[in-house]
Design a protein around this ligand. Structure first.
Ligand SMILES: [Zn+2]
Length: 269
């Protein structure tokens, strides 16, 4: 697989300058493409790119991945191309460059795409900053574990600080409420829209070791990094890539074993 990481991809000495798409046009196009339903726009782009891929069949997937803007895999005469949705707005010369990059790994095309990615990433970052997150009560400091401290440590160690999320303990047991056994427990969750990680307060107890809470937080952070493809008509939240990266957590095996041995205690909250 060819992975194009935007940071290693930018050549400042390039002479070809791409005009950024006018903001009004971006808004108009995005309004025409409802979020989560890029299917018709995807089909149009797939057809446009295919014209520049000689005798190659092309399957295009549009992603919201923050790390990989383009990836190409060749499979039995079929190019599997994944593109960030910023390319839905691409002008003809960019579409041609995508085709040349897919078909021949063309160096000049690669430069042009690098510029396009750079311009649009800045735009996306600005738009994200302008987006007001939903009002939620954030409670990071628990009785035993400090989630912000855990999160910051993990972000630095495993993600080079690239994860941008807020984190909070979930709703606590009401005063006077009684602990009761339950059949299942959702130890963590991640909301894509709010970029918010929630951790179950059952984990904020003295018998729960820090490395176990770390593992749960790490798992939720990975949900921001990995996209959620549709496989066999269903969203696949834990892709093979996700699971492989999850296993890089330093205390992965210990945490899993601890969970098996203490599940009854965790369920009792
Ligand atoms: Zn998950």
């Amino acid at each position: 697989m060819t992975r194009v990481e935007p940071s290693s991809f930018w050549y400042p000495e390039t002479t070809q300058q791409l005009k950024p798409v006018a903001p009004r046009r971006v808004r108009a196009v995005l309004a025409a493409v409802p979020e989560g339903d890029h299917e018709s726009a995807r089909q149009v782009l797939e057809t446009r790119i295919a014209q520049h891929v000689p005798d190659g069949r092309l399957a295009l997937a549009v992603t919201d991945n923050r790390y990989t803007m383009i990836s190409v895999k060749r499979e039995k005469g079929l190019f599997r191309l994944r593109l960030h949705h910023m390319f839905l707005l691409a002008e003809p010369e960019v579409v041609r460059a995508i085709g040349e990059y897919v078909a021949r790994n063309d160096r000049e095309a690669s430069r042009l795409l690098g510029q396009f990615i750079d311009v649009h990433q800045r735009k996306i970052r600005r738009a994200r900053r302008a987006h007001k997150p939903a009002a939620v009560t954030i409670e990071t400091r628990g009785e035993v574990h400090d989630l912000q401290d855990l999160y910051d440590t993990l972000n630095e160690r495993y993600f080079a600080g690239a994860i941008e999320a807020r984190i909070t303990w979930g709703q606590r047991l009401q005063p006077g409420g009684r602990r009761r056994p339950r059949n299942s427990i959702k130890m963590g969750s991640y909301s894509v829209e709010d970029r918010l990680i929630r951790i179950h307060p059952s984990l904020d107890r003295a018998f729960v070791p820090r490395l176990f809470v770390e593992w749960i937080v790490f798992h939720e952070m990975l949900h921001q990094k990995h996209d959620i493809p549709v496989v066999g008509g269903r969203r696949q939240f834990h892709t093979p890539g996700f699971l492989a990266e999850e296993a890089t957590f330093e205390h992965f095996e210990i945490a899993r074993r601890w969970e098996r041995e203490h599940l009854d205690q965790l369920l009792s909250y």
